[in-house]
Write a protein that binds this ligand. Structure first.
Ligand code: BDR
Ligand code: CA
Length: 315
């Protein structure tokens, strides 16, 4: 397997934080070129500092972290403190970061990194609203051929939404950005709620993390204890869904996941269904281009075994 050169675009977020840790713990499969941050779960000042906190926790203050868009392309910013807490990573109890935030804007980092790379050599991994990616494509469309694939967390296909009945959070917050990114025609792979709602941090899985007896295990245990409470109460789930790490796990072991190549559209016109991801799962419109690979299932034990094995590498 060739190593993926990735840019992780995120809004930490407890599950984003675990995705960062999984990427940092997997150097055989993943070359993390940089972390770009966006306003989403919490405002940008928190998402960028949380990303740095997590890099420092992993002993990687050398990772380049960039701040990007403070708000979506068109709509007002909607945040999710009711899920993630005031800091975005409540439960982590990490000190303020000391590693620097990079001077360059996240969008310029994405553009410059892509332009300096060979065609088809970069994987973009948005696990928050796709504002930074859309801005990069608008500012410099010449980056499009440089990108091998976009693997994102977002959307809900056969499931209902988690922010409105129709829409999942990342797509709802900036549906115009998500639609622009999809419109580039770049190979597009999506981890919607259909799959992430099967990646549940059950009490046993949470205990396994806590039992690692390492700073990373303690922080993940604390964060996910906090994060679990929302979905367990609202949906009656056996644990909180570990949405964003699904993107990184897919890059490491795609065989854990299954899905379908389908035609996908994103609603940007209707206030009622804003941000809905409409997938033609049953190929009703046979002639329409199948523009997205959408995962709807995973081997959850294999996913958590992978996560556990990788996180235990970080001391
Ligand atoms: C997505 O929204 C955020 O709350 C999570 O970090 C994840 O990226 C799930 O809908
Ligand atoms: Ca996220």
């Amino acid at each position: 397997m060739t190593k993926r050169r990735i840019i992780l675009d995120c809004d930490p977020g407890q599950d984003d934080a675990v995705a960062i840790l999984l990427a940092l713990a997997s150097p055989e499969e993943i070359d993390l070129l940089g972390i770009t941050t966006v306003a989403g779960n919490v405002p940008l000042t928190l998402t960028e500092s949380n990303a740095r906190r997590i890099c420092e926790l992993a002993g990687r203050p050398d990772i380049k972290v960039f701040a990007g868009a403070k708000r979506p392309l068109i709509r007002d910013l909607v945040t999710a403190e009711w899920i993630h807490g005031r800091t975005g990573i409540d439960g982590a109890n990490l000190p303020d970061p000391t590693m620097p935030l990079q001077d360059r804007h996240a969008v310029d980092f994405i553009i410059e990194t892509c332009l300096a790379s060979e065609d088809n050599s970069i994987t973009l991994c948005p696990i928050g609203p796709m504002t930074n990616l859309a801005l990069a494509f608008m500012k410099e469309p010449d980056i499009i051929p440089k990108i091998q694939e976009i693997v994102c967390m977002g959307g809900a296909v056969k499931e209902f939404g988690n922010t409105t009945p129709a829409a999942e959070f990342n797509i709802y917050v900036d549906p115009h950005a998500a639609a622009k990114v999809l419109d580039t025609g770049i190979k597009f792979t999506m981890m919607p709620l259909d799959v992430t709602h099967k990646a549940l941090v059950t009490p046993e899985r949470l205990q396994r993390m806590k039992d690692m007896n390492s700073p990373v295990g303690d922080v993940c245990g604390g964060m996910l204890d906090y994060f679990n409470r929302f979905d367990m109460t609202r949906y009656g789930f056996d644990g909180g869904p570990l949405h964003d790490p699904c993107v990184i796990a897919y890059l490491i072991k795609p065989g854990i996941f299954s899905g379908r190549q389908v035609s996908l559209d994103i609603e940007t016109g209707s206030e009622l269904t804003m941000g809905q991801t409409l997938a033609d799962w049953w190929d009703i419109q046979e002639d329409k281009e199948k523009n997205a690979f959408i995962c709807d299932d995973l081997d959850s034990d294999a996913f958590f075994d992978l996560l556990q094995e990788r996180l235990s590498r970080l001391k």
